[in-house]
Design a protein around this ligand. Structure first.
Ligand code: CP
Ligand code: NVA
Length: 307
């Protein structure tokens, strides 16, 4: 049985298989052909943090696959009152067919997966957001980006770590620019660089957004204040001055470059209103693609239960 906890656990071929499945299922969905790949299956969806896209896309996605989603907020289940993750896993995984979790430490989801009888999908942790990156890759393909040169400008956070893993596995160029003190986790960087040696991905790190975006065909960013970091808001806003993706910065990129944002976006902070609205088509295609990419992932995991 395979879990989807981080992209590091998957080969390039496996990632591409899931993307191909997502593309097929998206085409079927668009022609109102709802193939019940996961008929009568239940997806448990545990949320320890807020969500709009992850909740709606997983719940709708499993329904379109012939199953049903159970929204389990930690405020409502005993997990929120201290029932251990491993007990929660042993209970819920006897009743449902797959589990998606959004939580804090990556070790929480690893603990759940260790005790789970069914595949577990990472719906965001402090370290990674892998379903979002599968979505972003699908979106880049749909936007005609064949040879991605991606610039990530902003916080070295869960999104950045997942960009590192995607680039390292698939072998495309990634330039990361963060403020000093907000770099990526060095251990995750090292792991990504090791994978990059195999794939030939050119991954670089720096502190200058202009250097990072020069000649890029994809620019992306994320909030400067992730969920759980609300207390650091004031100091973060100061530290990230100069890291806004605005039209001036975008003018340094390739002609026809795209801008992606996992959302929610904070205009005037990590992205200007002008850049956001200019690239709204790509951004909201990206949001919609959560639905399709995750169906690809769920069906792939369902088919690999015996592995
Ligand atoms: N991008 C993303 O995961 O959005 P939500 O927090 O709304 O799920
Ligand atoms: N880095 C953000 C992503 C939100 C989808 C967070 O963790 O809050």
């Amino acid at each position: 049985m395979r879990h989807f906890l981080t992209l590091k656990d998957f080969t390039k071929n496996e990632i591409l298989e899931m993307i191909t499945l997502a593309q097929q299922i998206k085409a079927q969905t668009k022609s109102k052909n709802f193939v019940p790949y996961m008929e009568k299956q239940t997806l448990g969806m545990i949320f320890e943090k807020s969500s709009t896209r992850t909740r709606v896309s997983f719940e709708t996605g499993i329904y379109q696959l012939g199953g049903i989603g159970l929204f389990l907020s930690s405020n409502d289940i005993q997990l929120g009152r201290g029932e251990p993750m491993k007990d929660t896993a042993r209970v819920i995984s006897r009743m449902v067919d797959m589990v998606m979790i959004r939580t804090f430490e990556q070790s929480n989801i690893e603990e759940f997966a260790k005790y789970s009888k069914v595949p577990v999908v990472n719906g965001l942790t402090d370290s990674y957001h892998p379903v979002q990156l599968m979505t972003d890759y699908l979106t880049m393909l749909e936007c005609g980006i064949e040879k991605p040169v991606v610039a990530y400008v902003g916080d070295g956070n869960n999104m950045t770590h997942s960009w590192l893993m995607l680039s390292a596995k698939l072998g495309f160029e990634l330039r990361v620019a963060t403020p000093k003190g907000y770099e990526c986790d060095p251990q995750i960087v090292q792991e990504a660089l090791n994978f990059a040696k195999e794939s030939g991905a050119n991954i670089s790190f720096g502190y200058d957004p202009k250097e990072a975006v020069k000649g890029a065909n994809v620019v992306t960013t994320d909030t400067w204040v992730s969920m759980g970091q609300e207390d650091e808001k004031e100091e973060r806003l100061k530290a990230f001055e100069g890291f806004i993706v605005d039209s001036k910065l975008m003018s340094l990129t390739q002609k026809d470059s795209i801008f992606l944002h996992c959302l929610p976006a904070y205009r005037g902070y990590e992205v200007s209103e002008e850049v956001f609205e200019k690239h709204a088509n790509e951004i909201f295609l990206e949001a919609e693609n959560r639905l399709h990419a995750q169906k690809g992932i769920m069906v792939w995991l369902d088919r690999h239960r015996e592995d």
